[in-house]
Design a binder for this molecule. Sequence first.
Ligand SMILES: Cc1cc2nc3c(=O)[nH]c(=O)nc-3n(C[C@H](O)[C@H](O)[C@H](O)COP(=O)(O)OP(=O)(O)OC[C@H]3O[C@@H](n4cnc5c(N)ncnc54)[C@H](O)[C@@H]3O)c2cc1C
Length: 278
Amino acid sequence: MYIKPNTLDEAVLALAAEPAQVLSGGTDFYPALGDRPVRGAVVDVSGLRELRGVTADAARIRIGGLTTWSEIIRTPLPRCFDALKAAAREVGSAQIQNRGTVAGNLCNASPAADGVPPLLALDAEVELVSKSEARRMPLAEFIVGNRKTRRRADELLTSVLVPRVVENAASAFVKLGARRYLVISISMVAAVVLLDDAGRVADARVAVGSCSAVARRLRELEGELVGAAAREGLGRRVRQEHLAPLSPIDDVRATAEYRMDASLALVQRVLNACVGVS
Ligand SMILES: Cc1cc2nc3c(=O)[nH]c(=O)nc-3n(C[C@H](O)[C@H](O)[C@H](O)COP(=O)(O)OP(=O)(O)OC[C@H]3O[C@@H](n4cnc5c(N)ncnc54)[C@H](O)[C@@H]3O)c2cc1C
């Protein structure tokens, strides 16, 4: 059965009525099928206009779950979203960015999902809505493993919420792949750095993707960076021990050892980029 609701209410009613797969932009959904036909019920949420676009209130910025990567690139956003915009430009190609959505990227929960590290670094939360309730949880708790999330089968990811606490912070994102374009990453890093009036780090967040089942924040490094003077660059403060939360695997794209070495260089580079040191 194929259902294409026009409103969120219709969509969650359909999901409550019977088990169904959610279809959004389809850019992960269809490739995952391989040669197999679609089986079971499908609720195509791509017509839910109310879940599109970015809005703001005093406390947070709300990214509708069905906002595409192209819309993220086009929308004027505070400086701390530069990493997310840079990641959006790296998602596949322009065609993929036009179809692929933020919710699809997060719910697919690939270790290599480009949207995850920048949103982790922004302390984003996700909002999940079912027929019976709406609930929120930190993105860091939502994705629990390779392709595993805490989404219940009757829930839709309706929005991503970013607290407005580091809006003027600099942010940057770098992705390393085996080639420049249309590539699944070997490692990727997002950072957000807020400086105080004296040019010292007041807040730092660093998240690394593709080097563990779920992208990870480097909390120990973040803590050590607070108070550091930005003018000499922050990259030189990063040591291999700071990457301890990562657990990369060997696969067709790179060895675990190479991933660790590359991640160290990417973390150094991204932190320097945040403070304008090359
Ligand atoms: C050629 C190609 C290149 C790609 N390159 C990249 C890349 O470089 N980086 C990258 O990160 N990704 C890449 N992708 C993957 C994909 O484009 C992104 O992950 C995209 O954001 C997925 O969004 P979607 O709307 O197409 O999701 P869909 O394919 O529609 O759905 C993906 C999953 O999320 C679920 N889902 C979707 N929306 C919701 C919702 N609102 N609530 C609950 N569940 C939902 C679906 O049930 C499905 O399990 C690529 C894909 C292709 C085909």
